[in-house]
Design a protein around this ligand. Structure first.
Ligand code: SF4
Length: 102
């Protein structure tokens, strides 16, 4: 996707979509470091087994939004997982985000 085709309005809607924020080992290490926690403590406190039974994902709030969403901002933005970093250049859900063309 060309950068000019995408302009984020920082609404946070993509952090409220149903589904998992899948985590790599690197994501876990980066988030744990950001929160000044041991990796294992981060895993126990902030993750759960994803439905694919092969990866961990971030826990959600009762309303389904990501537990790190505060208002419409990401509380761990500098350390956000690769899945979040890659949207929408590497993956996209057609029609879900009004700011993404295509
Ligand atoms: S980690 Fe941050 S960017 Fe990723 S879904 Fe959660 S609030 Fe959104």
């Amino acid at each position: 996707m060309k950068p000019e085709a995408w302009k984020c309005r920082r609404c946070g809607d993509c952090c409220r979509w149903p589904g998992h924020v899948l985590l790599t080992d690197r994501d876990i290490a980066r988030l744990a470091q950001n929160l000044r926690m041991a990796d294992q403590d981060f895993i126990e406190r902030h993750t759960r087994l994803a439905s694919n039974r092969a990866q961990l994902s971030l826990r959600e709030k009762p309303d389904g939004s990501c537990e790190f969403l505060e208002g419409s901002a990401c509380a761990v933005y500098e350390a956000r997982p690769s899945q979040c970093r890659d949207f929408p250049a590497a993956w996209n859900v057609p029609g879900e985000c009004g700011m993404v063309k295509g």
